[in-house]
Design a protein around this ligand. Structure first.
Ligand SMILES: Cc1cc2ncn([C@H]3O[C@H](COP(=O)(O)O)[C@@H](O)[C@H]3O)c2cc1C
Ligand SMILES: O=C(O)c1cccnc1
Length: 334
């Protein structure tokens, strides 16, 4: 199953599978018999049962988590919306490939595979204040890169990104999807000063004004970037494969939000791995009704916040699947 235009992608989103209700009910029943006071594992119980429903078994395991990092370059970066030069995108891709970035360490820490997909770095998107960042064909190609990158054998997915200027793209996308003002959605990204922040707000407002009224996937093409669309494609594919997803920071969540606005419930297989320190990430998570697992003041992207949350989800699942019941352990009172 694949797609060749945005309408085809939307059609696939609309026929996305639901979790396995019987497996979820069996996990709930098992959780109620485990050797602990009812509810004492707190939110771990809820997320383990959620995971069991998506995996279709009451005693799941997380053995093959996959982290995908997508990289793209942005036309608006030439306007000076980042504290860093555009060359850093390609330089960081080399750093990922040599194992030197934060995500390499956190992927190893989580026991996850990591692969990096650079999307046409020498062909930045267009400046979205002047026209759409991508035409439909470019957006579809990026969605498909993400779609095809998901390992059908994976049992958990994290999508991360690298793209100088992409907090401005994500802010414009979120602003166009959810309304409000540029002030609501624009933050400091890599650490721009007050002048940079004012410029980012202007660029965001101009992009939103220019592309307002388009449907969510049209906004993804108009205001997003190749790595943003690739994350959306991977998250959508994971849903078809019933692979749960941990969302990363602001840019990843903006990509995911496009799916939610296209088909309500499209992110039911996703948990927010963390809330980042980027200004509008709490607002964006609230708009999606997602409660983050971690709040570590990270503001890096690359998938790092979600990667750090993998062991938390795995811990929850190990308790559900590995603990003895009161009857098995001969413990009184259950
Ligand atoms: C060395 C370095 C490594 C990074 N890893 C992720 N980002 C993050 O910062 C960028 C977004 O911020 P802005 O919109 O301000 O450019 C993205 O590439 C994001 O992944 C990095 C940024 C830098 C400089
Ligand atoms: O929230 C994020 O993931 C983020 C914030 C700033 C820069 N890059 C990524």
């Amino acid at each position: 199953m694949t797609f060749s235009d945005l309408a085809g992608f939307e059609a696939l989103l609309r026929e996305a599978p639901e979790p396995d209700a019987a497996a979820r009910a069996a996990a709930e029943a098992r959780n109620a018999r485990l050797t602990k006071p009812a509810g004492s594992l707190g939110r771990l119980e809820e997320i383990a049962i959620w995971y069991a429903g998506w995996r279709g078994t009451a005693r799941p395991r997380i053995a093959r988590p996959q982290i995908l990092v997508f990289a793209g370059n942005h036309g608006i970066a030439a306007r000076g919306v980042s504290a860093f030069p555009v060359e850093v995108t390609a330089q960081m891709v080399a750093n990922f490939e040599h194992g030197g970035a934060a995500i390499n360490q956190l992927a190893r820490n989580a026991g996850a595979t990591l692969s990096v997909h650079a999307l046409d770095l020498d062909r930045p998107t267009e400046d979205f204040t002047r026209g759409p960042a991508m035409d439909e064909a470019a957006c579809v190609a990026a969605l498909r890169t993400g779609w095809d990158a998901v390992d059908p054998e994976a049992d958990l997915l994290v999508t991360g990104e690298m793209g100088i200027g992409n907090t401005t793209s994500a802010a414009a996308l979120a602003n166009a999807l959810f309304g409000g003002t540029a002030e609501d959605w624009v933050g400091r990204g890599t650490g721009v000063d007050d002048t940079g922040l004012a410029l980012k707000r202007e660029v965001c407002a101009a992009g939103v004004a220019r592309h307002a009224g388009k449907p969510p996937l049209g906004l993804l093409a108009a205001l997003g970037g190749r790595e943003v669309a690739a994350m959306a494609g991977a998250i959508a594919r994971a849903r078809r494969l019933r692979i749960p997803v941990l969302l990363d920071g602001f840019i990843c969540t903006a990509a995911a939000a496009v799916l939610d606005r296209t088909v309500p419930g499209a992110l039911d297989h996703c948990l927010a791995g963390h809330v980042s320190a980027e200004h509008a990430h709490p607002r964006l998570l609230a708009a999606l009704a997602k409660e983050p697992l971690l709040a570590m003041n990270q503001r890096l992207g690359e998938g790092t916040g979600a990667a750090l949350a993998i062991p938390v989800l795995r811990g929850a699942v190990e308790c559900l699947s590995g603990m003895a019941t009161f009857a098995e352990a001969g413990v009184s009172g259950g």
